[in-house]
Each structure stands twice: as structure tokens, then as C-alpha cells.
Design a protein around this ligand. Structure first.
Ligand SMILES: [Zn+2]
Ligand SMILES: [Zn+2]
Ligand SMILES: [Zn+2]
Length: 258
């Protein structure tokens, strides 16, 4: 299983419009962060977790030409507003794509994208062809098993454990706290990805210190911080972390297993 980070920034993206701080004007490409998107690929399947406003450019830059499914974490704008561009994958694959998410998230997405259906509209103008699949239990995409995790983020938010061929990764991109039942499932992980918005506490996200404390408790072989704001310089933050915790960046691919 391969995980590629296509977006590791907070909701406004980095650089932020009109900001000239050292991170927003940095020459280090790892400080340029699009909105949250993870590309998951195995020998059998490929899918994305979330379709942010930057989705089209993320697909072009990573040369992704085929997707079998879309998985949503929650219905905040920075995670869903590129959904319309799924149209191209309908055309390329000639199929209706399944979109998975918890029932509340799927219901919000249906309201926001109320023109999306499973058949082309009569005028022949194209719109995304999606079969929505609300999930409350583990499900399968190709050879990947996804276990949903309830996460506290101010709105309904679902994290996922991804398992394939004996490898396990946890992905929790937006998080203020992890309920006990979800924490209990985050065991024996090769990789764990967790929200770390900034140094200071925030009402709906984890700070760096809070995130690091969770990651040390979870104890994955390698952990990555994500959903980073412009207070966090990649090199500086990396130097402050233990070796088992890294800072994710757009374009980073992590390989699990063979
Ligand atoms: Zn977000
Ligand atoms: Zn800035
Ligand atoms: Zn959010």
C-alpha cells in the first residue's frame, strides 16, 4: 500500500492569500501546502480521501488518471469543494464512482452538491456520477479494508484505519480529541497521520504538543503531522520532533509493505 500526501495544509492553504510571513514566503517547497487530500494506491485499487478545492491541480500534478472511489472524512469546505472534478474520472473510467462517508457527512454533501446523481442529465451536460454509500462499519475498497473512527472535531468527523496485506495505517486529518473507543482501535500501526494545526491550542484542532502526546501514546512505527497552518515551518518543526514523528508535506509518498 502506498499513501501519497497531496494536501497537508489547513483550510486556507499555505501560502495564505495576502500573508507575507516567513512560512508563506518560504523558498522551501515543503512549506507550500494545499488542502487535505490523501491518495491511497495498491496493486489492485486507487482512491482518494477527501476532494478539497485544490483537487483538480492535485490530480494533474500527481498524474492520477484513474480512481475507483472517493472517501470523505467530513463536510467542511476544505475537504469537499473539489468534488465536482470527479467528472473527469467518470469519463476516464466509464463508471459511476462510489463515495463513502459517515451518514451525516454524506447527507451534508448531498445537500451541497444536490445536482449529483448516478445518471448523466438529459441535456448531455456532464455532472459527477456518484453512488453515495453511507458507512458505519468496516468496508472494503479493492484489497484495502477501511475501519471508520469517530473523531471529535466540532462537527461529525470520521478518521480511518487502512489495512492491506498485513500493513496498517491510521488517518485522522482533522481532530480536537480522539474518543477512547477510537483510540483503542489505533493499535499496531505502521503509520499514523494526525492533525497538528499550530503550536497554540485551538477549539476544534490539535496543537503540536497535543498531537505529539497522542502519537506517542498510539506508538505507530512512523507518525506524520498534517493539516498544518502557516505558523509551522517544515524544517524548524521537524527539528523539534522525535525521529518517530515527521512532518508531512505535499507530494510525500509513504510505502507500507512490499
Ligand atoms: Zn480541514
Ligand atoms: Zn503566513
Ligand atoms: Zn474540518
Amino acid at each position: 500500500m502506498e499513501l501519497t500526501f497531496l494536501g497537508t495544509g489547513t483550510s486556507v492553504g499555505i501560502p495564505m492569500i495576502g500573508c507575507h510571513c516567513p512560512v508563506c514566503s518560504s523558498d522551501d517547497p515543503r512549506n507550500t501546502r494545499r488542502r487535505s487530500c490523501l491518495y491511497v494506491k495498491t496493486g489492485q485499487t486507487a482512491f482518494v480521501i477527501d476532494t478539497p478545492p485544490d483537487f483538480r491541480q492535485q490530480m494533474l500534478d500527481a498524474s492520477i488518471e484513474s480512481l475507483d472511489a472517493v472517501v470523505f472524512t467530513h463536510a467542511h469546505a476544505d475537504h469537499i469543494f473539489g468534488f465536482d472534478d470527479i467528472r473527469r474520472f467518470n469519463t476516464l473510467t466509464g463508471t459511476v464512482l462510489p463515495a463513502y462517508g459517515d451518514p451525516e457527512t454524506i447527507s451534508h454533501i448531498r445537500q451541497i452538491f444536490d445536482y449529483i446523481g448516478t445518471r448523466p442529465n438529459p441535456q448531455g451536460l456532464f455532472r459527477p456520477l456518484i453512488e453515495f454509500r453511507p458507512i458505519t462499519a468496516p468496508f472494503q475498497i479493492g484489497d484495502v479494508t477501511l475501519t471508520p473512527l469517530d473523531i471529535e472535531h466540532g462537527v461529525k468527523m470520521t478518521g480511518y484505519i487502512l489495512e492491506s496485506k498485513g500493513t496498517r495505517a491510521g488517518y485522522v486529518c482533522d481532530c480536537h480529541s480522539i474518543p477512547e473507543e477510537s483510540l483503542a482501535k489505533l493499535t499496531d500501526l505502521d503509520v499514523m497521520v494526525l492533525d497538528a494545526l499550530k503550536y497554540e491550542p485551538h477549539p476544534t484542532h490539535l496543537s503540536v504538543a497535543e498531537s505529539v502526546a497522542y502519537l506517542q501514546q498510539i506508538g505507530a512505527r512512523q507518525s506524520y503531522l498534517t493539516h498544518l497552518c502557516h505558523h509551522l515551518d517544515h524544517a524548524q518543526l521537524t527539528s523539534e520532533l522525535p525521529p518517530s514523528i515527521a512532518v508531512s508535506y505535499d507530494g510525500l509518498t509513504v510505502r507500507l509493505g512490499n
